[in-house]
Design a protein around this ligand. Structure first.
Ligand SMILES: NC(=O)c1ccc[n+]([C@@H]2O[C@H](COP(=O)([O-])OP(=O)(O)OC[C@H]3O[C@@H](n4cnc5c(N)ncnc54)[C@H](OP(=O)(O)O)[C@@H]3O)[C@@H](O)[C@H]2O)c1
Length: 323
């Protein structure tokens, strides 16, 4: 097997590549770039692609995957594709239509992983971010256990190979795990995770339940205006990361990715730059020492770039819990 194609087994028997390509770009970036960079990522060896209905690029990402299948670079079974159920579709009866909409945009028969994007329900049917006359998000009330049952049905129908969650705290995960009549456990919890927010407690919890933690924002996030506090420090400028990178003749970015893989975390890396997309694959070319790992662990400082503040005030807002 190609060393770039390292995978871990999910609790439902499927396998997920440990390095994934993040496809989100802010709205000012032309959607055509998603097509180009996703094709390039597959060409250089990425076999795990992460997107979502919310990113409004599934048409282009699907086109990229299909074109790399058509030209013989990969087979469908060798690409792991993740989509996400947005907050306006958490009502059980809206789940399957939402996944079918993604599949239609992608022009694929199935996704490999379908996850609940964010546990905060928003009012269905009024765009992605429904707001009242004062500009406040319009919340909705949905029992996440019922949403989960609808995801289980999508797996049974073959529309997705695996199902999981994102941005859940351990209590919300526990609620699903303890649900009477649970058919499938979540295979993963995709959360922000990097040396400044290393999620060690959530990781331990997930490992004890055979749930894979998937890290987003692993390079310090895109610091998108209006979403991320601009005063927070830049992860990739951290002196400890830089010194370790120098020692290994790597970059701080690749060290930040390697850190996750060595602690058993599946890691996403977003880049729309060909040089950096290629650079990120170097994560498989070296190893951090136990001392390096310990030094990076020491950087943990509870800095969350993506606070998703639009959910504050909703009973399921996940980030007031310690983990
Ligand atoms: N579930 C969720 O709620 C959620 C939330 C956020 C993100 N995600 C997913 O996770 C993916 C990754 O997270 P993210 O978007 O926050 O970004 P990220 O992976 O933390 O990357 C942040 C920035 O790092 C830069 N970068 C990439 N490689 C680099 C390198 N080798 N050296 C220096 N800089 C480098 C990229 O800029 P360039 O493009 O200029 O290279 C990118 O904008 C997203 O694309 C999305 O798929 C999920």
């Amino acid at each position: 097997m190609d060393p770039k194609d390292q995978r871990v087994k999910l609790n439902d028997g499927h396998f997920i590549p440990v390095l994934g390509f993040g496809t989100y770009a802010p709205p000012e970036v032309p959607k055509s770039e998603a097509l180009e960079v996703t094709k390039f990522a597959i060409e250089v060896g990425f076999r795990h692609i992460d997107s979502a209905h919310l990113y409004q690029n599934e048409e282009q990402v699907g086109q990229a995957i299909r074109s790399k299948i058509a030209d013989g670079t990969v087979k469908r079974k060798d690409v792991f594709y993740t989509s996400k159920l947005w907050s306006t579709s958490l009502h059980p009866e809206l789940v399957r239509p939402a996944l079918e909409k993604s599949l239609n945009n992608l022009q694929l028969d199935y996704v490999d992983l379908y996850i609940i994007h964010f546990p905060v329900a928003l009012k269905p049917g009024e765009g992605l971010f429904p707001k009242d006359e004062n500009g406040k998000p319009i919340f909705d009330s949905v029992d996440l256990c019922r949403t989960w049952e609808a995801l289980e049905k999508c797996k049974d129908a073959g529309l997705t190979k695996s199902i999981g969650v994102s941005n859940f705290n351990h209590k919300q995960l526990e609620k699903i795990l303890n649900k009477p009549g649970l058919k499938y456990k979540p295979v993963c919890n995709q959360v922000e995770c990097h040396p400044y927010l290393n999620q060690s407690k959530l990781l331990e919890f997930c490992k004890s339940h055979d749930i894979v933690l998937v890290a987003y924002g692993a390079l310090g996030s895109q610091r998108i205006k209006g979403w991320v506090n601009p005063n927070l420090p830049f992860l990739l400028e951290d002196p400890v990361l830089s010194a370790i990178a120098k020692k290994h003749k790597q970059t701080p970015a690749v060290v930040a990715l390697r850190y996750q893989i060595q602690r058993g975390v599946v890691v996403l890396a977003k880049s729309y730059n060909k040089k950096r997309i290629k650079e990120n694959i170097q994560v498989f070319d070296f190893e951090l020492t136990p001392e390096d790992m310990k030094a990076i662990d020491g950087l943990n400082s509870s800095i969350r770039y993506n606070e998703l503040l639009l959910g504050v005030g909703h009973p399921e807002y996940p980030f007031f819990e310690e983990y």
